[in-house]
Design a protein around this ligand. Structure first.
Ligand SMILES: *Cc1c(COP(=O)(O)O)cnc(C)c1O
Length: 463
């Protein structure tokens, strides 16, 4: 499989190079040259397989000569062996129609572990093979950072610089990042919001001299491999519920459009997905884009679901690329205009083609809290705020297909919001019980490109 940029001017790469590059050199995102497609029989044959075996089959078409079946199996066995649930991503039934897909049984209690535990092992393997050294830079609204840091701490050949918005991640999220004292991990708290952090990371990639000097790599969901690993749980959950013989609907709490784009990929690969509900909080750019074609970024409003406090959803570009007929030059011009004006109108025909699969909902703070209380009272489940936004959107849906809400974080990651809504203090699992008393290490820096580049240059090894 070869990978092309959504903006049409970056070199075509294989899986290994696309994984190590992260962002394409023309500012675009790498996508597979075409979507591999399973037959109905091939999907049916996956029923009953373990998570690891489904992962091997789903990912194999994407990795070409870079990772063979045995390598994938070894990676997934190690990565998912660290999870606290033998099913890796178990389903939990809430009522006759609704289910939760629990994606938070990994080391840092959010779904991002599923992709990043595997990505860490893939990085190490590729770097050892080529003798390269990589400097991973990332922006996090909390969960990506902790998951990436856990996955990359102590890995040979990798140095990590993680930017998070100072005082805008939960104390648990912060401690999960800053209590990792491995010498290859550097936490930078920037005085700004998540979009500022993400813009800084993009700017460092676009600074060719800097990016080349330190061999920058990305672990944000702009990295194609992450999305690939996330496609897997759409398959395992749909298979458990009767796919390919019946269609399944999903509600996905969304920020950067990564997790829900993985659902789109699963559908392109032949999985019968009836609907993907894009659930946003008050930061509703995706809801406006899909419902009225208004993709325009406002100011980020801080909410109780901070991992979705995003106005510019990077991965939406991957969908726009497909919607506009995979014309990189045309998309490049539209994205340049969006970057300048912060607004883009989605043409009606493209929006209508998207809404054949995607619907959307904007869930405010009150509806989120009501949904947390509904789940507590009627099902005994304590939900984290992100999952509650997904479930609220799912419960508005009037269809009949089994409805799976992606449970993206453990409630103990967001104890303040949970106790405000449910009057319960969710406990951290035993393996993290002492987290809040671990020593922390991080530096506070202004949200300025020069300052961050200087910080990294003073510490990182040039290539
Ligand atoms: C990252 C995250 C999301 C949003 O996922 P995207 O891939 O950015 O859409 C939702 N919930 C939680 C808990 C997250 O950590």
């Amino acid at each position: 499989m070869r990978y092309i940029s959504t903006r049409g001017r970056a070199p075509v790469l294989d899986f290994e190079a696309a994984t190590l590059a992260g962002l394409a050199s023309d500012g675009g995102l790498y996508v597979p040259e075409s979507w591999p497609r399973f037959t109905h029989a091939e999907i049916a044959a996956m029923a009953g397989l373990s998570y690891v075996e489904v992962a091997v089959r789903v990912c194999r078409p994407f990795t070409g000569d870079c990772l063979d079946e045995a390598a994938l199996r070894e990676i997934f066995t190690t990565a998912y062996g660290r999870f606290a649930h033998a099913a890796v991503a178990p389903l939990k039934q809430l009522d006759h129609r609704h289910l939760l897909l629990e994606l938070f049984h990994g080391p840092t209690l959010a779904f991002k572990d599923i992709a990043l535990q595997s990505l860490g092992l893939v990085f190490e393997r590729f770097l050892a093979r080529s003798g390269q050294h990589i400097t991973v830079i990332g922006a996090t609204s909390g969960d990506t950072g902790s998951a990436a840091i856990d996955a990359l701490a102590g890995r040979a050949g990798v140095e990590v610089y993680m930017l998070h918005p100072h005082n805008r991640v939960s104390p648990v999220q912060r401690a999960q990042m800053t209590s990792v004292l491995a010498p290859n991990i550097h936490n930078i708290a920037i005085t700004g919001n998540f979009d500022d952090a993400q813009a800084l990371v993009k700017a460092m990639f676009n600074d060719a001299a800097f990016s080349g000097r330190f061999n920058l790599g990305a672990v944000n969901s702009i990295n194609w491999a992450r999305l690939m690993f996330q496609v897997v749980y759409y398959f395992t959950s749909a298979l458990a519920l009767g796919a390919p013989h019946r269609a399944i609907a999903y509600a996905v709490p969304t920020g950067n459009f990564g997790d829900v784009f993985a659902g789109y990929v699963a559908a392109q690969m032949g999985l019968p997905i009836e609907r993907l509900i894009v659930a946003t909080n008050e930061n509703d750019i995706l809801h406006r884009a899909l419902s009225v074609g208004d993709y325009s970024a406002g100011a980020v409003a801080p909410t109780d679901s901070p991992s979705m406090d995003i106005q510019v959803s990077s991965n939406f570009e991957r969908l726009l690329f497909d919607l506009a007929g995979r014309d990189g030059a045309a998309l490049s011009a539209r994205m340049a205009e969006f970057e300048a004006t912060k607004r883009m109108a989605i043409p009606d025909d493209q929006r209508e083609s998207a809404t054949k699969l995607f619907t959307s909902a904007r869930i405010d703070a009150a509806e989120m809290a009501d949904t947390m209380r509904w789940a507590q009272t009627h099902t005994g489940e304590i939900l984290d705020p992100h999952t509650a936004i997904g479930l609220a959107a799912a419960r508005r849906d009037t269809g009949t297909a089994p409805m799976v809400t992606l449970a993206t974080a453990h409630p103990a990651k967001f104890p303040a919001a949970v106790s405000a809504a449910c009057s319960i203090e969710p406990a951290l699992p035993a393996r993290l019980a002492d987290l809040m008393s671990r020593p922390e290490r991080f530096d506070v820096e202004p949200a300025q490109l020069q300052a961050i580049e200087a910080y990294i240059a003073a510490r990182a090894a040039p290539r």
